[in-house]
Ligand binder design. Structure first.
Ligand SMILES: *[C@@H]1O[C@H](CO)[C@@H](O)[C@H](O)[C@H]1NC(C)=O
Ligand SMILES: *[C@@H]1O[C@H](CO)[C@@H](O)[C@H](O)[C@H]1NC(C)=O
Length: 499
């Protein structure tokens, strides 16, 4: 048939006609009735090419035209975007049940753990494992050390390494990432690694490769399209396929070690507590219905490493940069540490109640850094309405947490770094409702308590022992790039030991 057409018109003209025809059809195709307004994109890819390198900024600007709830399409999926605190709160908190799903079509995000794990899953088994994980993280009193004790052990590694820099300019990025990764290894596998351990090297390499391969918002692109556009969207798809396999083998090996040394009276870590559930189901002969499978344990481990490593370490990395810019604030934190903790012992979590200025400073670092600007996409399993608009079944919902933390309605002079926003006039910590770095509602970050503990213990121990400065001639900039996390480009600090 094509060759028949070609007898009359040339091939390029044929192609152009088809493309123009498709465009016209695309523009004429009416939006589903009563869904939130929003921009029209291109055929197939939708609005994806226009999101830019910092989608949270592009979307915030679109909201000025379309309002605080808007919609557009990406690769055939309807994305509903929530721009400010009120509308995010309404969807994720007040109506949490309706919007607590995750996109379930094949995408990079689901492919990572084959849809199991806690971050990607939904429904009954998600609830069960989320509850189990929260409970386990809360009661981590088993094993030789409490969770706090484990974090404190790793704090010592940070201090020793900083001491060895002898106040020469030093990039703390890997040190911080190694430390947060070691906290997760300790919690999951009861392993506090030496950083030169080949197993740790492999683990870090695997999680790093994943992190850099995660294509930001592209994580939610439907897989069918991904197969057509692999070189544009996922150049490393093949590599990470290998990495995924290697990661699973890594965790399986650790699980086998645990199985052979398991003692019910001495549960050492997350893997042991999980195995206990599995063994119990076996004893009670309900293993078929139990969701405590080894495959899911591997997926949960990957979740923990991906969600719990670079987020926390990069928040601290922002914190280091901010401390070099604000020596007055750093001095006040130091003074408070000396008053409350002294200089002879490491800070501990009980100190935090007596350290409002430090706590306010850490919250302000989180507000300022906005490490996960658009959170992680939610989905609504059933059609519903929001602010009078129809939300068709199974939309992709994005919430601009970055914008919530830059909204002048809640944060006067939002670009200013100022811990006193979190303090009352008599110097007590004020909880601000619109401070939601861990998101809100049923999908609020599972690791919130652990992350806060690491931020507090690492940050205060570093400032207790060192005065952090920028190297000579350093420029006062926040060069950064954004994937799913908002990262600072590499920089060095000078850590001068306090005497
Ligand atoms: C971090 O861990 C990697 C991988 O084991 C290691 O090669 C590197 O030296 C460590 N870096 C620091 C600063 O601890
Ligand atoms: C991981 O290891 C491979 C092979 O040794 C190497 O090519 C790659 O650059 C490493 N990736 C990271 C992120 O360190």
């Amino acid at each position: 048939m094509i060759s028949g057409v070609q007898e009359y018109i040339s091939f390029p003209i044929f192609i152009i006609t088809v493309v123009v025809g498709l465009l016209i059809l695309h523009l004429l195709k009416s939006r589903p009735t009563n869904i939130p307004p929003g921009p029209v994109g291109l055929p197939f890819v939708g609005y994806l090419p226009f999101l830019g390198s910092e989608p949270h900024l592009t979307l915030r600007n679109l909201a000025e035209k379309y309002g605080d709830i808007l919609s557009f399409s990406i690769c055939g999926k309807t994305v509903v975007y929530l721009n400010n605190y009120e509308v995010i709160r309404e969807a994720f908190l007040k109506r949490g049940d309706e919007f607590a799903g995750r996109p379930q079509y094949p995408s990079f995000f689901r492919w990572l753990t084959d849809g199991t794990g806690i971050i990607q899953d939904e429904g009954r088994q998600w609830q069960e494992h989320r509850r189990f994980a929260l409970h386990t993280l809360r009661d981590f009193g088993f094993g030789k050390l409490s969770l706090e004790g484990r974090v404190q052990e790793i704090t010592k590694d940070i201090l020793n390494t900083l001491k060895e820099t002898k106040a020469m300019p030093y990039d703390v990025s890997t040190l911080l990432a190694n430390s947060t990764a070691n906290v997760i290894s300790s919690l999951m596998f009861d392993k506090h690694y030496d950083y030169q351990n080949p197993e740790f090297l492999q683990l870090r390499n695997l999680t790093q490769t994943f992190l850099y391969a995660i294509p930001g918002l592209g994580s939610f692109i439907p897989r069918t399209y991904m197969n057509y556009l692999p070189s544009i969207l996922l150049p490393t798809f093949k590599t990470i396929n290998g990495v995924k396999k290697e990661f699973h083998e890594f965790v399986e090996k650790i699980i086998r070690e645990h199985e052979s040394t398991y003692q019910e009276a001495n549960l050492r870590d997350y893997v042991d507590v999980y195995l206990e559930q599995k063994y119990r189901a076996e004893r009670e002969e309900r293993i078929d219905e139990s969701t405590f499978t080894l495959k899911r344990l591997a997926a949960i481990s990957l979740n923990m490493f991906l969600a719990g490593t670079e987020t926390t370490s990069n928040t601290l990395y922002w914190g280091m940069k901010l401390m070099t810019f604000h020596p007055g604030i750093q001095d006040r934190v130091y003074k408070e540490i000396v008053e409350v903790v002294g200089k002879e012992r490491l800070p501990s979590m009980v100190d935090r109640n007596n350290m409002p200025y430090t706590e306010a400073t850490i919250m302000e670092i989180q507000r300022f850094a906005n490490i996960v600007p658009l959170g992680i996409a939610h989905s609504n399993p059933e059609q519903t309405t929001l602010r009078g608009y129809t939300i068709p079944k199974r939309c992709v919902l994005l919430a601009n947490l970055w914008n919530v933390h830059r909204d002048p309605k809640y944060w006067p002079e939002p670009e200013k770094f100022d811990p006193s926003r979190f303090l009352s006039s008599d110097g007590k910590v004020v909880k601000r409702e619109s401070f939601i770095p861990f998101s809100i509602g049923k999908r609020i970050c599972l690791g919130e308590t652990l992350a806060k503990m690491e931020l507090f213990l690492f940050f205060t121990a570093i400032l207790q022992q060192f005065h952090i400065k920028a190297p000579e001639g350093d420029l006062k900039t926040f060069d950064r790039y954004t994937s799913i996390v908002r990262l600072l480009k590499p920089f060095k600090i000078v850590a001068v030991a306090r005497d």
